[in-house]
Ligand binder design. Structure first.
Ligand SMILES: Nc1ncnc2c1ncn2[C@@H]1O[C@H](COP(=O)(O)OP(=O)(O)OP(=O)(O)O)[C@@H](O)[C@H]1O
Ligand SMILES: [Mg+2]
Length: 229
């Protein structure tokens, strides 16, 4: 049984429909990778799955519950988390303040594993988050959401600007969470990384799915053809 299923989802802005009739699913312990050229609607799809946008048609079902019309905070209460593409760290707050924002109490244990993977976050806890580089801010927002230990995490281009060794560690942490039963939907441009962590792929063009299947079944050259400008 799939943990997350979306079926015939249409999503867009005001009068413009961007995502058209998209369907897909991800099971517990799995990663669904979403790929596609710039502007094809990948982020719009994640907004529809997270509740930032309400799909104008179709259904989003999470753990057997229809969440299509629920807002972001309501979906969060059911164990769905979302990291948008654009940075959402609070620049005037310290790294530590950003990391503990979601929690009523500062519990450093939540970050033991994350600090081991990314010592720079541990070392820079007192630093203003606004003074981090773009890639470091990406890492911070990834770390903060991973610490929630959600059953489903939607990640929009998490590796943009992140140093290669940290990109690899992000992948290791994601796969570890999968072994613990969590699942992920990840939009990503970095094809090698995506192929190394995803179970299934969904390739989009003009708001629609043009290719889908397991990583084992999909031929890399075919994916690349859909990504070339
Ligand atoms: N807030 C918005 N209001 C109106 N149109 C938008 C908005 N955000 C995105 N769009 C449009 O929706 C289309 C798809 O954008 P989207 O951000 O989903 O693409 P994407 O595949 O994530 O692109 P990228 O790879 O550049 O992140 C684009 O034509 C874009 O201009
Ligand atoms: Mg995008």
């Amino acid at each position: 049984m799939s943990a997350l299923e979306f079926e015939g989802v249409h999503c867009g802005y005001a009068d413009t429909t961007v995502v058209r009739s998209l369907s897909g699913s991800v099971g517990a312990g799995h990663v669904l990778g979403v790929l596609g050229r710039n502007g094809v609607g990948k982020s719009t799809l994640l907004k529809g799955l997270s509740g930032v946008l309400t799909p104008s048609a179709g259904r989003v079902v999470w753990q057997g519950r229809d969440v299509t019309r629920l807002a972001l905070h309501q979906r969060r209460a059911y164990g769905m988390s979302y990291v948008p593409q654009e940075n959402i760290v609070f620049g005037d707050l310290s790294v530590a303040e950003n990391l503990y924002l979601h929690f009523a109490q500062k519990e450093p244990r939540r970050y033991d594993e994350i600090f081991r993977a990314f010592p720079l976050l541990a070392q820079r806890q007192a630093q203003r988050a606004g003074s981090l580089s773009g890639g470091e801010r990406k890492l911070l927002s990834f770390a903060r959401t991973l610490a929630l230990q959600s059953d489903l995490t939607l990640l929009d281009e998490p590796t943009e600007g992140v140093q290669p060794e940290n990109v690899q560690r992000m992948g290791e942490l994601i796969r570890k969470r999968c072994r613990e039963g969590a699942c992920f939907v990840i939009v990503e441009q970095h094809l090698d990384w995506m192929l190394s962590i995803a179970d299934r792929l969904l390739v989009m063009e003009h708001g629609e799915a043009v290719l889908r299947g397991t990583v084992a079944d999909i031929d890399r050259a075919t994916v690349e053809r859909h990504l070339l400008v």
